[in-house]
Design a protein around this ligand. Structure first.
Ligand code: ADP
Ligand code: ZN
Length: 525
């Protein structure tokens, strides 16, 4: 075996870099000892190198599974430009070409073979891998964008489920799974689905200190609100994400009429036009791209100065990814989310259309997390990072809640009422039901469970639903109550909850002044 201290010289030799980025050295070391590895690193952290360098130092061929055909070609081109033997097989190639490449691979000149996950299903591929194993050996499997195996991720791809097959057929070949996004739930899913064996975990911090995060209530004249943000970033590139293609078209057209160089991007456009608009944006021929979430995966534009979400994203992981396309160059950049309660109704409507109850349950939980973020009064980073299982100390001074904190009030009594209601309903219900009981609702559900007979029934009439929700979210953020992660969001008491109930702990929360029932947003443009 080669010496590990020669890793730096290999890095210099193959890639021309002087030093490793945080985490890379250890990941590579573990991989070279044939361990399974799970790499969780934000986009731009340098994941590719973690499997590319080991591939060059091992005998045999490393198979890289990657979901995006366009990206695959770019990566392979970049490697070839560095004089590294790499190629790809996917459905974009003619049969002849595939055969040529297979020959080239078997001749031993290729160290990295990129394949799309659906390739694994094609009849000829597995026999080819068998031959490859027998002749040259399989060095390892690298599974890029590994969160695609999980329904709990933001980009589930059923083809990824087939990856199990690799483990079953080649149990001795080590595997590295890589992703830029993973809640603990998704991490567990990756490990289970890919059957990783006692993997080495590498989890990098997801904090992006140069991004300023803010939420703005979506105003009635939301287009003007948007213009204001663009003006604040005069000349800076920006991405505006909308939920619907129609909105994308309309906003782009309206910006153009207002002499702002903006182009639309969504999956309903022809590939040529999409490519054209994307290229214009990357080359700064257009200042702004107005897009659905179809835009962005694998796009490398380092100097995006702001990302605005015009509509509520479906989930927090997606939001993290999309907003994270700002400020890749490390310079400061802004991420703003427009938020209105009518957006919530719209997302709920979409969720209710889903035929599969399991999918519905997941989508509802994700929506709750999104609301939690948007309505949160504590540091936005703390809220975001806690969904990646990361503890962040708060007070980042680079989010709206930290720079402009809401007034703090003592809500100990209310917290006691809330928590004792959770206790009396036996920790079997979610936030809305608890609030219904506190506010003395006559709903069938409340009476059906006999909760109108509880001593906590109706003791919270003096506060609105929104105020109770604000308290409940604050309790969650402060760790004074837990919520089940099974999709039902059942509230559970913990040690700290009991301290509050026993009057050993006081509760202060940041209070947003509650508006009347008037709802903002959802106005025609
Ligand atoms: P990810 O896949 O995590 O989004 P990439 O693998 O695309 O990130 O790497 C991001 C950028 O960082 C690439 O341009 C890559 O060449 C560069 N990079 C990776 N590792 C190093 C390193 N050790 N030193 C300098 N640049 C690096
Ligand atoms: Zn903050």
């Amino acid at each position: 075996m080669y010496q590990l201290n020669s890793l730096e010289s290999s890095l210099k030799h193959f890639f021309g870099y002087d030093s490793f980025r945080p985490g890379q050295r250890q990941i590579i070391t573990e991989a070279l000892q044939n361990r399974d590895v799970l790499v969780i690193m934000p986009t731009g952290g340098g994941k590719s190198l973690c499997y590319q360098l080991p591939a060059l130092l091992r005998s045999g061929v490393t198979i890289v599974v990657s979901p995006l055909i366009a990206l695959m070609k770019d990566q392979v081109d970049a490697l070839q430009n560095n004089g590294i033997g790499a190629t790809f097989l996917n459905s974009s190639l003619e049969r002849e070409e595939v055969r040529d490449r297979e020959h080239q691979i078997l001749s031993g000149s290729i160290k990295l073979l990129y394949v799309a996950p659906e390739r694994l299903l094609s009849e000829s591929f597995i026999p080819f891998l068998d031959i490859l194993r027998d002749r040259l050996g399989l060095a390892s499997f690298a599974i890029d964008e590994a969160h695609c195996v999980s329904e709990w991720g933001h980009d589930f791809r059923p083809e990824y489920r087939q990856l199990r097959l690799l483990r079953q057929r080649y149990p001795d070949v080590p595997m590295m799974a890589l992703t830029a996004t993973a809640t603990q739930r998704v991490q567990q899913d990756i490990i289970n689905q890919l059957a990783l064996q006692a993997p080495h975990f590498h989890i990098a911090s997801f904090n992006r200190p140069n991004l300023y995060y803010a939420v703005q209530p979506k105003e009635k004249r939301s287009y003007l609100q948007l213009l204001k943000i663009i003006q604040d970033h005069a000349n800076g590139s920006g991405i505006i994400y909308c939920l619907s293609r129609k909105n994308v078209e309309e906003i782009a057209a309206r910006l153009q009429r207002d002499n702002i160089s903006a182009l639309p991007y969504h999956a309903g456009m022809t590939p040529e036009l999409r490519n054209h608009n994307q290229t214009c944006f990357i080359r700064d021929d257009a200042q702004i791209i107005v897009a659905t979430i179809a835009f962005g995966m694998g796009i490398n534009k380092p100097d995006v100065r702001f990302v605005l979400h015009y509509d509520l994203p479906r989930n927090l992981e997606g939001y993290y990814q999309e907003s994270g396309r700002a400020g890749r160059d490390g310079e400061s950049a802004t991420c703003i989310l427009f938020y209105s309660s009518s957006d919530i109704f719209r997302v709920r409507y979409f969720i209710d259309q889903k035929p599969d109850p399991n999918e519905q349950r997941i989508a509802y939980q994700q929506l709750e997390q999104m609301i939690d973020y948007a309505e949160g009064t504590t540091c936005r980073r703390t809220i975001q990072l806690s969904y990646f299982g990361e503890k962040f100390k708060g007070n980042c001074q680079n989010c709206d809640n930290c720079r402009d904190p809401k007034p703090i009030e003592d809500w100990t009594i209310e917290a006691q009422k809330f928590l004792s209601c959770v206790a009396r309903t036996k920790e079997k219900f979610g936030m809305s039901h608890i609030i219904d009981v506190l506010r003395g609702s006559r709903s069938k559900k409340v009476e059906g469970y006999g909760h109108h007979l509880l001593s906590t029934y109706g003791i919270g009439k003096d506060k609105s639903k929104e105020e109770w929700k604000m308290l409940a979210r604050a309790l969650l953020h402060q760790g004074l109550i837990n919520q089940s992660q099974d999709g039902y969001n059942t509230l559970k008491l913990n040690k700290k909850s009991w301290e509050v109930l026993r009057k050993q702990r006081e509760v202060s929360i940041a209070v947003t002044p509650q508006k009347s029932t008037k709802r903002a947003g959802e106005e025609p443009l």
